[in-house]
Design a protein around this ligand. Structure first.
Ligand code: ZN
Length: 162
């Protein structure tokens, strides 16, 4: 790809890089700690086990970064002209499909007198939306729709009774 990336494409690429870096940092910490524990079981010398865990962590971070960039650029690539990071969200439509009342009951404490449990009731409404995103290709102007479902919890109330 030799042509200059447009502003929107650069922004898309920046976002993809940003989240890929976050993901690989998480992978690094996770593998460094967990891998370090495993490595130390076999390699008792900390001069060896720490660099070994670090190498493992760097390796996993790289794998996560590469895979994440691949996935994100594929998602953001125009299906029509295949320009990378060219898809820009131009419209979002959310249609309420259904609202379901929900409740959870949990024991918060026990009465000091006779040990009767005290309950807390949490009620909320789970709202399900059908979302239609319209994305436009920054390069060829082609429009595409992406449909997916989304859930929101709203109107939460909390009460304690006993
Ligand atoms: Zn396009």
């Amino acid at each position: 790809m030799t042509e200059e990336l447009s502003k929107a494409q650069r922004w898309g690429q920046f976002k993809a890089r940003f989240w890929s870096v976050i993901g690989s940092l998480l992978a690094f910490c996770f593998v460094f700690i967990l891998g370090g524990i495993v490595v130390m079981r076999f390699v008792t010398d900390p001069n060896l086990s720490v660099p070994l865990a670090a190498i493992l962590a760097i390796f996993s971070a790289t794998v996560v970064y590469v895979l994440s960039m691949k996935k994100k650029s594929r998602y953001a690539t125009c299906p029509s002209c295949s320009a990378p990071f060219s898809m820009v969200l131009v419209d979002r439509d959310e249609q309420l499909i259904t609202a379901v009342p929900r409740q959870t009951v949990r024991v918060v404490s026990h009465s000091a007198k006779d040990g009767t449990p005290q309950y807390q009731h949490d009620t909320w409404v789970a709202e399900f939306y059908r979302v239609t995103d319209t994305v436009e290709c920054d390069q060829c102007g082609e429009k595409f729709e992406r449909k997916y479902n989304k859930e929101y919890g709203s109107g939460a109330t909390s009460s304690t009774d006993w």
